[in-house]
Design a protein around this ligand. Structure first.
Ligand code: KG4
Ligand code: ZN
Length: 338
């Protein structure tokens, strides 16, 4: 079964072709980051218009790279939420128009389910069950994944997401948007321990997270330094990354302990973070658990993860027929049944 995946939930247009037998045949991505940078964040209307411009050319490029025609497609998977309503509607309209024209089934995919299953695109892929640490721009969650569609939420952020904290810290340090990779690079030049920042909820019994206090602490630290001093800014970046990584590591280890599982899967944009990857690898060696990440280029939003998650739903006979809608707000638990 050959699945076309379409992702347009935020500021990346992602298209991919995933074949059940042969794996990922091709994927194309256009990031709108340069367009939104001038505004310091995503402008929804601009995002929708840009998706309209990009979807079909990216699809053509994908078909060409895979050596396929659109008639070879057996099913279409599209992100239908959560995300920006206008942006989601672009992908959904194209998916349904194409489905109707080709007479092929269309399934809606939950964006977080896409992230959650993205480590299945790696080789070797994890087996079920596993604990998933989902760390993106909009979400920070720990989940127990028993199988396809079997997702139990163990803990989540009570305020900001980890990616959001990276982006806000980047803004405070004058590093622009989006900030995750830039903060990570600057932190490499900083010294640990020079700037001590709080580790919110580190010792709480729950598996929930909180990152908004950390952001305020970064603001206070930035006000104390001479902003033209590169080393001082790097030390703050280091202090921030150390704090986030400490919390993510400790809560992931606690989730493994509490669930009795020995397999951790990390997904979402912050899963691309080098310091987090290194720390979790050390912890996996020490505590003797298996650790999986998606391929680096598939950590952030992409069409491949949507095609992969959609394949499961298409195989299970799911269909979105006739009229369609998108769900800008959509708890993953409500999308759980395959
Ligand atoms: O999963 P994603 O692409 O989009 C959402 O669904 O939110 O995640 C984007 C987030 C942004 O906040 C970005 O700053 C962060 O992931 N990010 C990183 C890195 N690469 C992306 N954060 C830390 N280190 C990175 N290398
Ligand atoms: Zn995402």
């Amino acid at each position: 079964m050959l699945v076309l995946g379409i992702e347009t939930s935020c500021d990346e247009t992602g298209i991919a072709l995933y074949d059940e037998a042969r794996g990922l045949l091709a994927h194309q991505l256009h990031s709108q980051v340069d367009m939104h940078r001038a505004y310091g964040g995503v402008v929804p209307e601009l995002a929708s218009r840009d998706h309209i411009r990009r979807v079909l050319p990216l699809m053509q490029a994908c078909l060409q790279a895979a050596g396929c025609t659109k008639e070879d497609i057996d099913g279409i998977a599209v992100t239908t939420g959560p995300g920006l309503a206008g942006a989601l509607l672009v992908g959904a309209s194209v998916a349904h128009g194409l489905g109707l024209a080709l007479g092929k089934p269309v399934v809606g995919v939950h964006h977080l389910e896409g992230h959650l299953l993205s480590p299945l695109l790696a080789d070797p892929a994890p087996e079920f069950p596993f604990i998933a640490l989902l760390v993106s721009g909009g979400h920070t969650q720990l989940m127990r994944v028993g199988g396809y569609g079997d997702y139990s939420l163990l803990g989540e952020t009570v305020d900001d997401a980890a990616g959001e904290a990276f982006d806000k810290t980047a803004q405070l340090l004058g590093l622009g948007y989006p900030g995750g990779p830039a903060v990570s690079r600057l932190a490499d030049f900083g010294n640990s321990g020079v700037v001590q920042l709080p580790r919110p909820m580190l010792h709480s019994a729950s598996l929930d997270f909180s990152f908004s206090g950390l952001k305020t602490a970064v603001l206070t630290a930035v006000r104390r330094i001479d902003n033209s001093c590169e080393q001082a800014r790097a030390d703050i970046a280091r202090g921030f990354v150390d704090a986030v990584v400490d919390v993510l590591e400790a809560k992931s280890a606690a989730a493994l302990r509490q669930s009795g599982l020995r397999r951790l899967v990390v997904a979402g944009g912050v899963g691309a973070n080098a310091q987090l990857r290194a720390r979790l690898r050390e912890r996996a060696d020490k505590d003797d658990f298996e650790l999986y990440f998606p391929p680096l280029h598939l950590c952030t939003d992409n069409g491949a993860m949507i095609a992969r998650a959609g394949l499961v739903r298409l195989r299970a006979g799911a269909r979105q027929a006739g009229s369609f809608s998108v769900r800008p707000r959509w708890p993953l638990a409500q999308a759980a049944t395959v």
